[in-house]
Design a protein around this ligand. Structure first.
Ligand SMILES: Cc1ncc(COP(=O)(O)O)c(C=O)c1O
Length: 353
């Protein structure tokens, strides 16, 4: 099948570019003490995780337990769940994942530790854990080095295995000004280092120190205390990241759409918010200078100016945010040039439990 024959709207994955993006990031980490544990929250397909591991990644990071289950079913890991898993139902599922593939969970308070200890008693096994540190994003995480040390001590007294810490500088990764991004990331990583030093002084030196996203992969990836980086978006380089890191990677993901109406300077495509997201700004055309200015459920408004775009034309749109657009789909149409070479299931789409 040719790309132009795919029914729309459909996610198109350019395999040559994905392979290039995976290779570029793998090469950065190849000779460093810091390693790459790519985030599954972006591609959500075992096909890509398998390629990242083959290229040298030390494991895979997951945001949700449902994603970890996809990886475990595919036999891929070791898995770091860089998020808290809460509630008995989930914790029993977490121990089932850990029974299949080496898994590290993330805790941020004694509540998590108690829940995991109880889950471990039910499952009859232990679990590796790291502590999340708030490095300035103010989402989850221990806020002071004393809190982190107390939590590490608490873990070490019980049956769970304390492995280290993580601190994701999500407030820095998408800052468009490179100087501001670097300064904010350095500030965040300095906070992480203060927690690491306090742990070392307490005799609880962390073996794992995880940080970083695509926008800061090289800042986190060269920070002496960091041992691994959890970048995800680099594999596709969505519209937002193309602006923030034009030096890195190629846009490897598009949404193929069909124009269903053309009036004045407006063209309407058959992709609305059920197949495309715009929370990181208006998605843009890949080959044409068009912008998706508005999304309703089933329709996308293209600012098409005087471009000759007739109803029936197919247009490729670069999503401004890959992760949330991918989440709306069930498969990638994998292309090399204009040929469709495979259809890959997005097993981790909507795996939000
Ligand atoms: C905890 C965590 N780590 C890593 C990432 C990956 O970041 P990026 O998409 O910038 O590669 C995210 C993204 O939201 C995240 O929430």
């Amino acid at each position: 099948m040719r790309k132009s024959e795919i029914d729309t709207p459909a996610l198109i994955l350019d395999l040559d570019l994905v392979e290039e993006n995976i290779a570029t990031m793998a090469e950065y980490f190849r000779a460093r003490p810091q390693k790459l544990r790519p985030h599954f929250k972006t591609p959500k397909t075992a096909e890509i995780a398998r390629r990242q591991l083959a290229a040298g990644a030390i494991g895979i990071t997951a945001a949700k337990l449902g994603e970890a289950e996809v990886l475990a079913r595919a036999g891929l890991g070791p898995i770091l769940i860089a998020n808290q898993v809460a509630g008995e139902t989930k914790i029993d599922r977490l121990f089932a994942v850990a029974a299949r593939v080496e898994t590290i969970a993330t805790v941020e308070s004694e509540f998590n530790v108690r829940e995991l200890e109880a889950g471990g008693a039910r499952a009859g096994r232990s679990l590796d854990v790291i502590i999340e540190v708030d490095t300035g994003m103010h989402r989850c995480g221990a806020e002071t080095p004393d809190e982190t040390v107390a939590l590490a001590r608490r873990i070490s007294r019980g049956p769970l295995r304390y492995r280290g810490v993580m601190g994701y500088e999500g407030h820095a990764v998408l800052l468009p000004d490179p100087l501001k991004r670097e300064a904010t990331a350095r500030e965040a990583l300095s906070i992480l280092s203060r927690h690491v030093n306090a742990l070392r002084e307490a005799g609880l030196a962390p073996e794992i120190v995880s940080a970083g996203g695509t926008g800061t992969y090289d800042i986190a990836g060269s920070w002496p205390d960091v041992t691994e980086v959890q970048a995800g978006s680099y594999v596709f380089m969505d519209g937002a990241y193309r602006v923030v890191r034009p030096d890195l990677g190629k846009p490897a993901l598009t949404l193929l759409t069909t124009v269903i109406s053309r009036r004045g300077d407006r063209a309407i495509i058959d992709a609305g918010m059920k197949s495309l997201t715009n929370e990181f700004g208006p998605p843009q055309g890949k080959d044409l200078p068009v912008k998706v200015t508005r999304l309703s459920e089933e329709h996308g408004h293209l600012a098409a100016g005087s471009l000759e775009i007739a109803p029936g034309s197919k247009i490729e749109i670069v999503p401004s945010h890959g992760d949330t657009t991918i989440n709306l789909h069930s498969e990638y149409y994998v292309v090399r040039g204009d040929d469709v070479v495979a259809i890959w299931p997005i097993e981790g789409a909507r795996a939000y439990r």
